[in-house]
Design a protein. Structure first.
Length: 306
């Protein structure tokens, strides 16, 4: 089932994350100040957008979370299993290299950027601990999801009480890969064959990254895992503005970035767009069957102030 995007609202929501003391949502491009190529609520400082517009869009995200403009914290993503524990917000230029964040501090927003990769929000509302993870194929393969749950446990969370929300990502009929990609997964575990099915071209199977993420999360002992159900490649409407495959294959314009946010009252998500040469921290995944995947969606998780 696909979570609806209510008319007039800037985000979609998951019923399972409607927890006591928690609000949540995955922001769309609505209600932003960026124009032209980046029209909408672009939150990516790595883009060629006007920095003032990006700052205003980020401030709007923070305001939607009931926080000030300096509360949103993001990392320099490198497709790693590295998790950072956030005690306070930091300047953009001081962002550490990591792909997940956790905190139990109130008033701090955790940000993760994704495009086709999988954004995952975690919450144990009774313990007051939250987390956000950027799970591209490499991060998921090397354990970023498990590492996030362990880091939350170190802050006092009980994995059996953690709910995980999986946001918009590339779907099982859209993610074409090459034989070397599939071989990597089969070498690690032959049972991974169930995440691949025949594609439109010989020797270029389709990879179900959403199912693979579910598989990795299933070993974490979580109470529940839910999905928004949106394929970031198939959605090409004015809300998400996701590109067709041929646009990405030419490397001209890369997908919108969903910003998914959470605090002990909510989760949210907002898009940012950038041109591929500016990606830097999020290089194209190897051998994607002629298509490059940037995989960076902003995933904010914020403890609510008292």
């Amino acid at each position: 089932m696909t979570a609806p995007i209510p008319e007039g609202r800037a985000h979609l929501a998951l019923d399972a994350l409607d927890l006591p003391g928690v609000r949540h949502g995955y922001f769309t491009r609505r209600d932003g100040v960026s124009t032209g190529l980046y029209a909408g609520r672009n939150v990516g400082f790595g883009s060629s957008d006007d920095p003032a517009a990006v700052a205003e869009n980020r401030a709007r995200c923070a305001a939607d979370l009931g926080l000030g403009p300096d509360s949103l914290v993001t990392v320099y993503q490198v497709h790693s299993p590295t998790v950072v524990t956030v005690e306070r917000s930091w300047a953009r230029e001081d962002a550490p290299q990591a792909d997940a964040l956790v905190t139990r501090r109130r008033g701090v927003a955790l940000g993760i950027l994704t495009a086709d990769c999988v954004p995952v929000l975690f919450a144990n509302s009774t313990a007051g601990v939250i987390g956000a993870a950027h799970a591209g194929w490499k991060g998921a393969f090397t354990g970023v999801l498990e590492a996030t749950v362990r880091a939350m446990a170190d802050l006092g969370a009980d994995p059996a009480r953690i709910v995980a929300g999986v946001g918009p990502h590339i779907g099982p009929d859209s993610y074409e890969v090459g034989p070397e990609f599939e071989a990597r997964f089969l070498e690690a575990d032959t049972a991974n064959a169930r995440f691949f099915h025949p594609g439109r071209r010989a020797h270029h199977p389709l990879f179900d990254i959403g199912a693979y993420v579910d598989h990795r999360l299933s070993g974490c002992g979580l109470v529940r895992v839910v999905h928004t159900g949106h394929d970031t490649v198939e959605r090409e409407d004015s809300v998400l503005q996701l590109p067709a495959v041929h646009v990405a294959a030419r490397g001209r314009l890369w997908p919108s970035y969903q910003c998914d946010s959470l605090d002990t009252r909510w989760l949210t998500a907002v898009p940012a767009r950038r041109e591929y040469p500016r990606i830097g921290a999020c290089p194209p995944c190897p051998d994607s069957g002629g298509r490059r995947f940037t995989a960076q969606a902003l995933l904010d998780m914020v403890r609510a102030p008292l």
